[in-house]
Design a protein around this ligand. Structure first.
Ligand code: ADP
Length: 268
């Protein structure tokens, strides 16, 4: 089983203040997936400009100040949830056009968080889809949270990866982003940043930051935290540049070391 995450930075124009698809990247990546070989595949995609601007505007997932604020946040929740659902519909459509049997799985319809971490999610349906030969497609979403102070949370695609990885024990986890991997500092700010081929702990990095765009879920720092947690459980992952031709395809086909491998210290 392979779990593939496609970053919101790749399939959307993440700098845009309104939802904007990067259809060129999306159709190329759909073709690459269709051209590669796998047995079972789960795809998770980020929200990019379909999620972060509205989540930020309405401060969805932040502490509720009063009744009015709660009402406003609920409105922001609906707007965000619908927008990322629209992105997901397009992703599934592009995949299906390439012959991939993509089925949409809406995280907010079966996931609950507590203090922004997943506590409830029944994966039986996903397993059943996989067994029947479908490719489930999940995504970063606005979900209900059981913490009374926030009641809603923005669930990142990266946290979904961590949860699925822990519970389904895939053979491989691949993350396509808009950079070649993890650098010792943010490559978009520091031209002399160096690409790391293997990362085994957050201490390896001078500064892993959030993304430069409006990302409410923690950018590269958030990503690394989830992947290190997977690594501790023995599940290795690789971050690579999905903006470059054929890297996703090569990784699905089994090539390793294309970007940055995240693995546990004990397994070096
Ligand atoms: P995605 O949307 O693909 O999930 P994010 O935008 O959340 O990706 O995170 C990727 C971004 O993280 C990069 O575009 C880069 O600007 C930023 N970043 C910050 N620190 C680092 C680092 N040390 N190495 C790589 N990227 C970093």
């Amino acid at each position: 089983m392979i779990i593939l995450k496609i970053g919101g930075s790749v399939i959307t124009k993440k700098d845009s203040k309104t939802p904007l698809l990067d259809s060129e990247n999306l159709s190329r990546i759909a073709r690459e997936i269709a051209d590669s070989s796998y047995d079972k595949l789960i795809i998770v995609h980020g929200a990019g400009s379909f999620g972060h601007p509205s989540a930020k505007k309405y401060a969805v997932g932040e502490k509720i100040q009063n009744e009015d604020d709660f009402e406003r946040k609920k409105l922001g929740f609906c707007i965000t949830q619908n927008s990322v659902k629209n992105l997901n519909a397009q992703v599934c459509e592009y995949l299906r056009r390439e012959g991939i049997l993509a089925v949409s799985i809406q995280p907010s319809s079966f996931v609950l968080t507590k203090n922004k971490r997943i506590t409830h999610a029944n994966l039986d349906l996903i397993k059943k889809y996989l067994d029947s030969g479908f490719v489930p497609v999940l995504y970063g979403d606005a979900v209900l949270d059981m913490d009374e102070d926030i009641r809603m949370a923005i669930l990142s695609g990266d946290q979904i990866i961590e949860y699925l990885g822990t519970n389904l024990r895939p053979d491989k986890v691949i993350l396509g982003s808009d950079v070649d991997g993890i650098y010792n500092k943010n490559p978009k700010k520091y031209p002399n940043a160096e690409l790391m081929h293997v990362v085994t702990s957050g201490e390896d990095l001078e500064s892993v930051e959030g993304s430069q765009t409006t990302d409410v879920t923690g950018g590269m720092r958030g990503k690394l935290r989830e992947l290190l947690s997977l690594a501790e459980m023995g599940i290795e992952s690789e971050i690579l540049n999905a903006g470059r031709n054929n890297l996703i395809k090569r990784a699905i086909n089994g090539e390793k070391g294309i970007g940055t491998l995240i693995r546990s210290k004990n397994r070096e």
